[in-house]
Design a protein around this ligand. Structure first.
Ligand SMILES: [Zn+2]
Ligand SMILES: [Zn+2]
Length: 326
């Protein structure tokens, strides 16, 4: 037990030291300043070439979402997730050791060229997250947490990282085993995380940047806005893509009936949803209502394969490597 306690304590101090160094020492490999830089970049685009020109430059909930960005990227790890996930991984490895299993690595991917490793990580992880996102919409329990992300009523880049910390736990836990089986190292993650963060900011940004044929590959604001539509034709929503739109085209979950620039966003009675950070964190635990019927219409026509879930703010909560569901 002492091992776990020591790990618990060192997780706080290690992460605290890491975050402090991030702030003090800017560099090209620094998550803190990349997050700030990407945010300023997309905010500038929103100011210069806005899609909804009537929308305020400092839109509704701008500062709330700004706080969410730093909370979900850094603070949640600092206040506990780092410690809990380290212990979870340690306990999981100890459990595997009972059966003589030393690790889960099933493919020797490190023998591949670096670009192939990064591409594989990006694509595999995005597909897992597409499934998790669908699950968040289909499970009544998980939907209560995911509603925080869908409570956005005016869209902008920072809405990308408005999500309940429970989502981080779900995503990281469900990603852990499949990614561990591929065996990635910490150096592989940085580029993928930053790239995914940039696309996530882009998807939510109030800009119009036609991608041409690339829209069948990458998610974009004109597609993702429909994921946030207040009235969906399918009970569980559509356009679950995180970074890639490809999965929605492949599995028939695309929904873009027209230009979605000015559609109402949110869900039924979103006007009454709490709009402060602390209340939103508490809301899933006190909400006893079932999944709000998302307007019955078309039956969900989904392709076979994939099991569950939905959209999201995937996010790199911690820079630490593969030894944790973070
Ligand atoms: Zn969603
Ligand atoms: Zn979204």
């Amino acid at each position: 037990m002492e091992k776990y306690w020591n790990l618990f304590v060192s997780s706080f101090t290690d992460y605290g030291g890491y975050l402090w160094r991030e702030i003090l020492y800017p560099s090209w490999g620094n998550y803190f300043y990349w997050l700030i830089g990407l945010s300023l970049f997309f905010w500038l685009l929103e100011v210069v070439v806005p899609w909804r020109q009537h929308q305020a430059k400092i839109r509704q909930d701008f500062w709330l979402d700004g706080f969410y960005m730093f909370f979900n990227f850094f603070l949640f790890s600092l206040v506990g997730f780092n410690a809990i996930s380290n212990i979870g991984v340690e306990a999981f490895n100890d459990f595997l050791a009972l059966f003589g299993i030393e690790n889960l690595v099933a493919f020797e991917i490190w023998s591949w060229p670096v670009w192939a490793q990064l591409l594989t990580l990006f694509v595999v992880r995005d597909f897992i997250q597409w499934n998790v996102h669908r699950l968040l919409h289909r499970s009544e329990f998980l939907w209560k947490f995911h509603k925080v992300h869908h409570s956005v009523q005016q869209m902008g880049f920072a809405a990308h990282l408005r999500f309940h910390w429970g989502e981080t736990v779900v995503y990281r836990s469900l990603e852990y085993i499949p990614l561990a089986m591929i065996g990635f190292g910490i150096q592989d993650f940085f580029l993928v995380h930053i790239f995914a963060t940039a696309i996530g900011h882009f998807n939510h940004a109030n800009i119009r940047l036609p991608l041409g044929p690339l829209r069948y590959l990458f998610n974009n604001p004109q597609m993702h806005i429909w994921h946030h539509a207040k009235e969906m034709p399918r009970r569980y929503g559509a356009n679950y893509g995180i970074s890639l739109s490809l999965w929605d085209y492949l599995f028939g979950t695309v929904y873009m009936p027209e230009d979605g620039r000015d559609i109402a966003l949110g869900f039924e009675e979103v006007e009454h949803y709490p709009n402060s950070f602390l209340e939103q964190q508490w809301q899933p635990f006190r909400e006893g209502r079932p999944h709000p019927p998302r307007k019955a219409g078309l039956q969900e026509a989904e392709a076979p394969a994939a099991a569950a879930a939905v959209e999201a703010p995937p996010l790199e909560t911690t820079p630490l490597p593969m030894n944790k569901p973070a």
